[in-house]
Write a protein that binds this ligand. Structure first.
Ligand SMILES: CC(C)(COP(=O)(O)OP(=O)(O)OC[C@H]1O[C@@H](n2cnc3c(N)ncnc32)[C@H](O)[C@@H]1OP(=O)(O)O)[C@@H](O)C(=O)NCCC(=O)NCCS
Length: 182
């Protein structure tokens, strides 16, 4: 089953959310309207919470997880993804906080307690070490990540457009008879 309860907690989904039947969503996971989740995504909200804002997309093979609460870290590290965020193919997002209109390139890894401000582009394959803060309006690339350059106006516009593209794509999937009958 794609959507699983963990203990007493079940995922909650907004309107017109698309979750591919090959994805796994478990426990304390909350998605706003028009979110899309593509094949082989794992989003496991067991030891903390995962929230995903409206119109964000989580592309194929991405893993979303969180860090448990302990006496030395009473809140643990939930995973928070804002609105209009694109998470590319095969990313790993662990216990971090992303703002709005962000693109996380394919294969990027973002670790615990990272904060990504609004309007940031993270290049493919970037590794963001724990506790970093990424500033609004910049491109980050590399392993470990480096602040590469300010984004152009076209790139900032594309951050929002990428989310729109994925809302349209998931609507095509929702409108495909074999999907809507599931
Ligand atoms: C980041 C990205 C947008 C860069 O685009 P670009 O216009 O080629 O960027 P620039 O030409 O300004 O390159 C800046 C520098 O960063 C380097 N660079 C670009 N992408 C990089 C990456 N992912 N990792 C490391 N270095 C990268 C370039 O080689 C260049 O290095 P130089 O200054 O030494 O020559 C693009 O490479 C990328 O990673 N896109 C992600 C796409 C994606 O994953 N989409 C989601 C799935 S749909």
């Amino acid at each position: 089953m794609t959507i699983r309860q963990y203990q007493t907690i079940s995922p909650t989904l907004g309107n017109n959310v698309y979750i591919d039947e090959m994805a796994l969503i478990a426990g304390d996971v909350h998605m706003a309207d028009d979110v899309s989740v593509w094949p082989f995504v794992s989003a496991r909200g067991d030891v903390n919470t995962i929230t995903i804002g409206a119109r964000s997309n989580i592309q194929d093979g991405t893993v979303l997880h969180v860090t448990r609460k302990t006496s030395s870290n009473p809140e643990g590290y939930p995973l928070v993804i804002g609105k209009d965020v694109t998470i590319g193919h095969k990313c790993m997002l662990h216990g971090c906080r992303l703002g709005d209109r962000i693109l996380v390139g394919m294969g990027a890894i973002i670790m615990d307690n990272v904060i990504v401000e609004n309007d940031v582009f993270i290049g493919a394959g970037t590794l963001v070490p724990p506790n970093k803060r990424l500033a609004s309006g910049y491109l980050y690339v590399g392993n470990p990540m480096q602040k590469k350059r300010p984004l152009t106006e076209a790139e900032i516009a594309f951050l929002k457009q990428s989310a729109i593209n994925y809302v349209e794509l998931k609507n095509d999937y929702l409108n495909t008879t074999s999907n809507s009958e599931r």
